[in-house]
Write a protein that binds this ligand. Sequence first.
Ligand SMILES: C[S@@+](CC[C@H](N)C(=O)[O-])C[C@H]1O[C@@H](n2cnc3c(N)ncnc32)[C@H](O)[C@@H]1O
Length: 265
Amino acid sequence: MARPPAGSGPGAGSGRGGRDLAVRLKTAKGRRLSSTLWLERQLNDPYVARARAEGFRSRAAYKLAELDDRFRFLRPGARVVDLGAAPGGWLQVAAARVNATGGRPGRPRGRVLGVDLLAVAPVAGAETLVLDFLDEGADALLRDRLGGPADVVLSDMAAAASGHRPTDHLRIVALCEAAAAFAFAVLAPGGTFVAKVLQGGAEGSLQAELRRRFARVANVKPPASRPDSAEKYVVATGFRGRPPGSAAGQGADEGEGEGDDDRGT
Ligand SMILES: C[S@@+](CC[C@H](N)C(=O)[O-])C[C@H]1O[C@@H](n2cnc3c(N)ncnc32)[C@H](O)[C@@H]1O
């Protein structure tokens, strides 16, 4: 799949609005209220319908497509790691855009490696590993599998909701910090890090670290992200690289980044 033209496929217009809530479930059929509301939301979500029609594994595919349409980090030939890849919507978008299947002859062929706690049904052009990214040694295993630096590290990792907001918040922060540490160790200079964060953007200390290590840092809510969800994505581009002599993943460049914070867009 080539990058779709404007107005069609992932990355086209927001797909939001213009469609009133049409389906109301009349009977609960033994479902809990929360399940009924979830089902109603799914049935009325234009991104869900579009993902089904366009063959994407998840509506999340459009979030990555929209982020890439804006920041242009998925270039043909890029090597991409996707953390929290199941069921595979981001893998589909990334594999198509970096030409991982070689479907665009004459353009460099990229590589996509996805990781998740859950198995992912095969996606053309992507390799996948079933792995708890927080396990001891998971990062080393991934680096080994990659066999060289990455151009893009993506993380859409999210732990199953516990129902306890502070706990969920801490979990998502921990996942984002682990993903960032991995990105610092594995990215090639000029590389990009994209990760799910919460409303307000990356936590203060992580934000500062990202600004030191990348030329530009933005916190954005792509149109496909549900308006009632607290999620946002941090997009850090222009990795400055590791200081000479530093071990992979250790040490930060000196000096201030000219962070171009896009908070709240
Ligand atoms: C929102 S889903 C990702 C959706 C995906 N981007 C897509 O487009 O289909 C979040 C995923 O993060 C995974 N995850 C959460 N914690 C993880 C961990 N410690 N290691 C690996 N994957 C994890 C979950 O299993 C889940 O599949």
